[in-house]
Each structure stands twice: as structure tokens, then as C-alpha cells.
Design a protein around this ligand. Structure first.
Ligand code: AMP
Ligand code: GLY
Length: 426
């Protein structure tokens, strides 16, 4: 099989390294890929949102299977475009991808099918939104742009002023463009957060091992929201009782709801959950693998990833067993100085061998280029060290030990990845 993976981050690198283990996969291409990915796949210089470019490349190079990993091409119908020329894909079509690309769609779906989530109202007028906030007079309150916003479209406002500014930024100043034509004002929920990514072909659902993301830039969950600074798996807040409850009240109902709405979901459906005192509730859906969750989940997957993806595209997931190692996994992201705001590029990375790895640890590259045999930074999140251990502590320690060997000038990383998870175990 010739497989094309679309995307350029750590998630795509983890997917490619898992696919490489499959003896059905002969060649892997990545569009556009990055420096580290070029050691494991053949990079193709086509942007992940260039539908025509990807279609032509896939056709001309007789690609058998395409994995569409990022949210933008999924929301924009990349899967529809490729399937229309007979190429099998992993990922939802445009209609099903709405579960992530429109928070209004997702909230309405949950309300209609009684899937537990925070109470909310939708607004398309600034004045009405502000009136509602005043009448509610309840803080913190959560304000969300309807569409995709690079993970920055959620604002937790602690008082009226912050709420008003958030609504103004989204609806008047168009901070997120059309994504902010509508907003959601949502009840503030509390409790541990759990990410559960599920393989599904629209009928059968196979949850992967649970995980915990670390979204804020600084230790102690302080600083700005980022794409994710590290992750651990499994997530100790996700007990087997909660897992059963989620399967019954959230996962299956969502799959059935999508089918009833005429958009059965195929691919990886990501449930962002909060375990509240009233049980687990959905904070968000993503229509794809999470980043950096994928970098801790796939190292524990014992089943052949390509077999699962192929079965999903054939609507035969029920025939495949999805098995994970009974171990723990951790990853720590090394980011550019200044990330998630502006940052320099082109800094030399030390400590990597010619394959972009270290001898004893897996390195997933996110924002690197390979120039004259030297890896250099080219993005905000640069790479992550990923380690597996028989305890969570061991996995975390190994991932941090890796960072002692791999570094670059003024690199920034969180020192407390996994500490919240360890506190739950104790
Ligand atoms: P999202 O981009 O939807 O993942 O939201 C980003 C983060 O905002 C989540 O990971 C939560 O930590 C937080 N968040 C979103 N919705 C709520 C809510 N209703 N209550 C409390 N926190 C929330
Ligand atoms: N790590 C969260 C996401 O991928 O959206």
C-alpha cells in the first residue's frame, strides 16, 4: 500500500511511525511534513489545505490510502474530494466534520439527543449576547466562537468586563474571522479533564486508551492556551465506572445521533470530557486525532494501525480488535521561546541523531526543518520526547530525561507534565 498522510505536526509524525510498523504499508508520503518526518516518510511540498494539489498528487502517484489528520482540511471537505476520485481515506467527510468545525452544530446535536454537556445559548448578535451576560450575571462564564480558531476560540471570563471584551473581540473585531459570526455562551463546568479518542466507522466504536492534555503554556496551568504542551496516558481520572458511563451516555449516543442526522462519522472522534460532580460531560468534540494526545496513545497501540484505518474505511471496524499495552506513556513538548505568541525560527537543535531521534527515546517532530544535515526549529511547538514505562512516574521521568539530551537555545517546556495525573493516583 502507498499511504499519504496529510499534515505537518507531531501528531502526523506519530501516525507515520505507527503506520511504518504495518507490513501492509510499503511507502508513506506526507504532505507537507517536516524535517523529522522526512526521516520516516517522503515529504511532498503541498499544503495540507490544497485540495486540488493533493488530489492530483494522489492520482498521479497511485496512492491507495490517505490519512487526513488536521482539522482544516477535514472541515473543508478533503475527504469528499479524494473519495470522489475513488481514493480511500481515514477521516470524516465535510458534513460529519461539522462536529468540530461548528460548535453550534455540536451543541445542538447534544441537546437534541440528550448527551450530557454544559447548558448554553447561541447568539448571532452582539447586543443580545451582552444582554444575556448581564441578565445571567454569573461568573466565570464561557464564551466560544462557533468555528475553528486554532484552539484559541474559548474564553473563560471571570467578570463582566472580560466577557464583554471577549464578545467584542469575536463578534465586532472579527478576531477569528467568520468563525465568530455566531458565539456560544456556556455554563462553566469544573472537574478533571479527560481526552478519549475513539476509532469509529459510524456504527462500531472502539475507544482508545484515555489521556490528559496540558493546554496552558506555563506550569500550574498558567499562561496562554497553546496547542498542547504535553500529555500522559492513560488518564487516572478516567475510571472503569466512568468509562462505562461514557460509553452508554456519550459515545454510543453520539455515533447514533450522527447517523440519524445523515452524517455518520468515520475516522477518529475525539471526546473532550470533564468529569463533573454530576458525571462526565462533553466539553468539545474534535473530528480527528488530538495533538499531543496521539503522541502518547499510539506508542501504546498493539494492533496494526493500518488494519484499523482500512477496516474503518470499509465500515468493518467490528471485525478488528483494538488492543493497547497495559503500560503508561508521557510526552513533553519542547517549544520555541515566546510560543504561543511570536517566536524566532531557524535555531539549531542539538542532540538528535541523523534520523532525528535519540538512541533510547522516540522524538516526534512538530516544527523542524532539516537543512544541510542539521535540524532547525521552524514552528512554535518544535518537538516532543515520548516515553513508555510500566508506571506513570517512570514514563514521565524517561520523557524528561530525554529533554536533557535534546535542546536548543532558549527552548521552553513545562516542568510539571503528568503531575496532576500523579496526584490523582496518590
Ligand atoms: P476547547 O477549545 O473547546 O477544548 O476548550 C479549551 C479549554 O477551555 C478546555 O480544555 C477547558 O479547559 C476549557 N473549557 C471549555 N469549555 C468549558 C466549560 N464549559 N467550563 C469550563 N471550562 C471549559
Ligand atoms: N490537544 C487538543 C487538540 O488536539 O485539539
Amino acid at each position: 500500500m502507498k499511504v499519504l498522510v496529510i499534515g505537518k505536526g507531531g501528531r502526523e509524525h506519530a501516525i507515520i511511525r505507527a503506520l511504518k510498523k504495518s507490513n501492509k504499508v510499503k511507502e508513506i508520503y506526507c504532505a507537507p511534513g517536516n524535517g523529522g518526518i522526512s526521516c520516516d516518510a517522503i515529504n511532498v511540498p503541498i499544503s495540507e489545505t490544497d485540495k486540488e494539489g493533493i488530489k492530483n498528487f494522489a492520482q498521479n502517484n497511485k496512492i491507495n490510502f490517505v490519512v487526513v489528520a488536521p482539522d482544516n482540511p477535514l472541515a473543508d471537505g478533503m475527504v469528499d474530494a479524494l473519495e470522489s476520485i475513488g481514493i480511500s481515506c481515514f477521516g470524516p467527510n465535510k458534513k460529519a466534520a461539522q462536529i468540530e468545525s461548528s460548535k453550534v452544530f455540536a451543541k445542538k446535536l447534544m441537546k437534541k439527543y440528550n448527551i450530557p454537556t454544559g447548558d448554553y445559548e447561541v447568539f448571532d448578535s452582539f447586543d443580545k449576547a451582552i444582554n444575556y451576560i448581564k441578565t445571567q450575571n454569573k461568573y466565570p462564564t464561557v464564551i466560544k466562537a462557533d468555528g475553528l480558531a486554532l484552539g484559541k476560540g474559548v474564553i473563560i471570563a471571570k467578570n463582566f468586563e472580560e466577557a464583554e471584551n471577549a464578545v467584542k473581540d469575536i463578534m465586532v473585531n472579527n478576531k477569528f474571522g467568520e468563525s465568530g459570526n455566531k458565539i456560544i455562551i456556556e455554563e462553566f463546568l469544573t472537574g478533571p479533564e479527560v481526552s478519549v479518542l475513539c476509532f469509529t466507522d459510524g456504527k462500531t466504536i472502539r475507544p482508545m486508551i484515555s489521556s490528559m492534555d496540558h493546554k496552558r503554556a506555563l506550569d500550574g496551568d498558567k499562561g496562554l492556551n497553546t496547542g498542547g504542551m504535553g500529555a500522559v496516558a492513560p488518564n487516572p481520572a478516567y475510571t472503569s465506572d466512568i468509562e462505562k458511563e461514557c460509553m452508554k451516555n456519550i459515545f454510543m449516543p453520539t455515533i447514533k445521533a450522527m447517523e440519524k442526522e445523515g452524517c455518520p462519522f468515520s475516522g477518529c472522534l475525539y471526546f473532550g470530557l470533564m468529569i463533573t460532580s454530576n458525571g462526565p460531560k462533553v466539553i468539545e468534540y474534535n473530528c480527528r486525532f488530538g495533538d499531543p494526545e496521539t503522541q502518547v496513545i499510539l506508542p501504546l497501540l498493539e494492533t496494526d494501525l493500518f488494519d484499523i484505518m482500512e477496516a474503518i474505511s470499509k465500515k468493518e471496524l467490528e471485525k478488528v480488535e483494538v488492543k493497547f499495552a497495559n503500560k503508561y506513556s508521557a510526552c513533553v513538548v519542547l517549544a520555541s521561546p515566546g510560543y504561543p505568541e511570536s517566536y524566532p525560527k531557524g535555531i539549531t537543535i542539538n542532540g538528535l541523531n541523523k534520523d532525528g531521534q535519540t538512541d533510547d527515546l522516540t522524538i516526534y517532530h512538530a516544527g523542524t526543518i532539516l537543512e544541510n544535515d542539521e535540524f532547525k526549529t521552524s514552528g512554535g511547538r518544535v518537538l516532543c520526547t515520548s516515553a513508555v514505562g510500566s508506571t506513570l512516574n517512570e514514563a514521565i521521568e524517561k520523557a524528561y530525561n530525554g529533554l536533557k539530551k535534546v535542546n536548543f537555545n532558549n527552548a521552553h517546556y513545562r516542568k510539571d507534565i503528568g503531575q496532576k495525573a500523579l496526584a490523582i493516583i496518590k
